[in-house]
Design a protein around this ligand. Structure first.
Ligand code: GNR
Ligand code: NI
Length: 172
């Protein structure tokens, strides 16, 4: 159990396209374990490996409500297989863009194929918060952030804010 440091905007690594996992071996399982620990500690409902500076197509989620039992899920090489025509709006946030929230519209339901913690191929239908979170996480694997789904004006303001904060920090 190791907590890893979450990288934040404007770290350029967040814009990288991540590499597929060849096989879910003990090293990938250890990565998934660390990611779950880091996600629960944050706390967050999802985490992509690139957010801890690991350029691999690995995602963890737990979209259970606070009072429900934990439902940790691990995904290697997740791919969207279908999306609903119906859209849903969620107030999204991102652990790599702390304290900024904005409404994003995405397909309300989707299918996802992936390799699970044991390396077994799986296919799952998602709805509700999980559908939004898995789409948000798969975006991360392709270097896409939720601010790419909002207006350019709002995006530019938020990127500028984080770039300034980093400059101030390195000057101090
Ligand atoms: O913790 C998170 N909450 C969240 C809320 C709405 C839509 C997506 C998310 S994912 C986010 C954690 C994160 O940054 N994952 O990449
Ligand atoms: Ni995120």
């Amino acid at each position: 159990m190791t907590l890893r440091k979450i990288i934040i905007l404007p770290d350029k690594q967040l814009r990288l396209v991540c590499d597929p996992v060849k096989e879910v071996d003990d090293e990938i399982r250890a990565l998934m374990d660390d990611m779950l620990d880091t996600m629960y500690d944050a706390p967050g409902v999802g985490l992509a490996a690139i957010q801890i500076a690991v350029r691999k197509r690995v995602v963890v989620t737990d979209a259970a409500r606070d009072d429900d039992e934990k439902t940790p899920l691990c995904f290697a090489n997740p791919e969207i297989t279908w999306v609903s025509e119906e859209l849903a709006e969620y107030e999204e946030g991102c652990l790599s863009i702390p304290e900024f929230f904005e409404t994003v519209e995405r397909p309300a339901r989707c299918g996802v194929s992936y390799l699970d913690y044991d390396g077994k191929p799986q296919e799952m239908d998602c709805d509700g918060l999980l559908a939004t979170v898995i789409q948000h996480e798969i975006d991360h694997l392709n270097g896409v952030l939720f601010i790419d789904h909002i207006s350019k004006l709002k995006r530019d303001i938020i990127v500028k804010k984080f770039t300034k904060a980093k400059k101030r920090e390195s000057a101090a």
